[in-house]
Design a protein around this ligand. Structure first.
Ligand code: SUG
Length: 439
């Protein structure tokens, strides 16, 4: 008999250098907040409160630690020499963009950490992880090495888990992880259908955005599907609508979200959305013997620009222990009449989604990261959970410990000029050393 399986949300714990450097071209919020003052303590507490809410709703919740920043090893690789204080000062003077990349807390957006396939979908019965290479942006390309090590430490048993190496770091294999990947299935335990969404292909005649870059390639998605030993009759590849990318949809999770047998998406999400949905429904029915519930939101309900502004689709769609589904939405949606109306209509209509919870993750939102960006979904059976490092699962005690840790170590605010402060590096290192003993 199939063992029950659970979706575990691994959230990135927001690091002490959370700041607004405007590093993400094509990410409207990041660009809008460039050079403004951030609030790292508030950011981390907002992230923890979201994790606690999910845990209190009865959903399994775990934590991914932040990476050490400022990344002095990166600055040394870029030729800066001397003491840590020397290299921070020299980088600030000679290469402020490298300093900003070295200080980014961007690993908080765990949806970009990796693509994950559960054992039920894989030919070899293992859970597969491919850390994303994140080559599209310098600050994000600094994450994969440590992400790989972290995943190997958490999912340490190679008989149960395969943590692959990231794909070769080149634009042709640009991979942004689970933000462009959705698994649809009757229940988490049963084999499903995996939808891979890419922004561009190696084919120069394919439609491409004009204003902003497409980050993720079809070739990367295909490589991940092969590595994860997925059944080709249960995988679907679809291209993002270039006009959506140009409106600020830099990842598919900004415009669509799925969970079990439900896909919620904007009509302008894909190239030829009706054809993508037809194909997905067909494949799903064939593979899962059931019907996929597709909930389409039209531009009349909410235009692309407002979908990007509110991050309505960057909600977490979760199955509650009673079997109903809930949307965990950014608070911004509650304040926006069209977004609120759209959400009210979704919960009133005949579909499995019956409730909406609004969460305040504004500090992350101002860098273009909503509730769904902050989490990596990992579907695990109880046996697999038992094989996972236990200290990362969020309990009330761990929540209290992490909250106290944030309050002890994080600054209230961080201005761009603070990034080269050697005291910030010392504070971050002290925080990371203590966190290592907690997790
Ligand atoms: O890659 N922002 C991130 C946000 C990632 C959101 N993730 C998902 N959609 N899953 C990015 O654009 C901004 C950093 C700065 O500007 O300082 C940034 O990297």
């Amino acid at each position: 008999m199939t063992q029950p399986a659970y979706e575990v949300n691994f959230d990135g714990l927001i690091g002490p250098t959370h700041n607004y450097a405007g590093l993400a071209h094509g990410n409207v919020a990041s660009q809008k907040h460039q050079s403004t003052t951030s609030h790292p303590k508030q950011a981390a507490l907002q992230g923890l409160a979201k994790m606690k809410l999910l845990a209190d709703l009865g959903i399994k919740q775990a934590v991914l630690p932040p990476q050490e920043r400022p990344n002095t090893a990166f600055l040394r690789n870029a030729g800066f020499e001397g003491s840590d204080a020397d290299i921070l000062q020299a980088a600030r003077r000679d290469a402020p963009h490298l300093l900003a990349a070295a200080c980014s807390a961007s690993c908080m957006w765990a949806a970009n950490a990796a693509t994950v396939s559960p054992s039920a979908d894989s030919r070899d019965g293992r859970v597969h992880f491919t850390p994303a290479n994140l080559v599209s942006h310098l600050h994000r390309s600094l994450e994969p090495a440590v992400t790989t090590a972290t995943l190997k430490a958490i999912f340490h048993n190679p008989d149960v888990f395969t943590v692959h190496a990231p794909l070769p770091a080149c634009p042709q294999l640009g991979d942004e992880g689970a933000a462009n990947h959705t698994r649809l299935c009757p229940t988490h335990a049963q084999p499903g259908v995996q939808l891979f969404v890419y922004g561009k292909t190696a084919d120069p005649t394919a439609p491409a955005p004009e204003k902003y870059p497409a980050r993720h390639t079809r070739e990367a998605s295909q490589a991940v599907a092969r590595l994860h030993r997925l059944d080709p009759s249960r995988t679907v590849f679809a291209q993002q609508n270039p006009a959506a990318i140009d409106a600020g949809v830099f990842h598919n999770d900004v415009i669509a979200v799925g969970n079990e047998n439900v896909l919620l998406y904007h009509r302008e999400a894909f190239v030829d959305t009706p054809a993508v949905i037809r194909r997905l429904k067909e494949v799903y029915t064939q593979a899962c013997g059931d019907e996929l519930a597709c909930i389409e939101v039209t531009p009349d309900q909410i235009p692309l620009a407002d979908a990007v502004k509110t991050y309505l689709f960057n909600s977490q769609l979760v199955t509650l222990p009673d079997g109903h589904m809930a949307l965990i939405c950014p608070a911004e949606c509650g304040d926006h009449p069209a977004a609120k109306r759209t959400l009210d209509a979704i919960i009133e209509a005949d579909n499995p989604i019956t409730s909406v919870q609004y969460v305040d993750v504004r500090q992350s939102m101002q860098n273009g990261g909503g509730p769904a960006c902050l989490r990596l979904r990992v579907v695990l059976t109880q046996d697999q959970i038992d094989q996972t490092r236990q200290s990362v699962f969020l309990t009330d005690a761990l929540y209290d410990q992490l909250t106290a840790w944030v309050n002890r170590h994080y600054r209230d605010h961080l201005a761009p000029s603070d990034l080269a402060d050697p005291k910030l590096l010392d504070e971050s290192r002290a925080a990371m050393a203590e966190l290592a003993s907690i997790l």
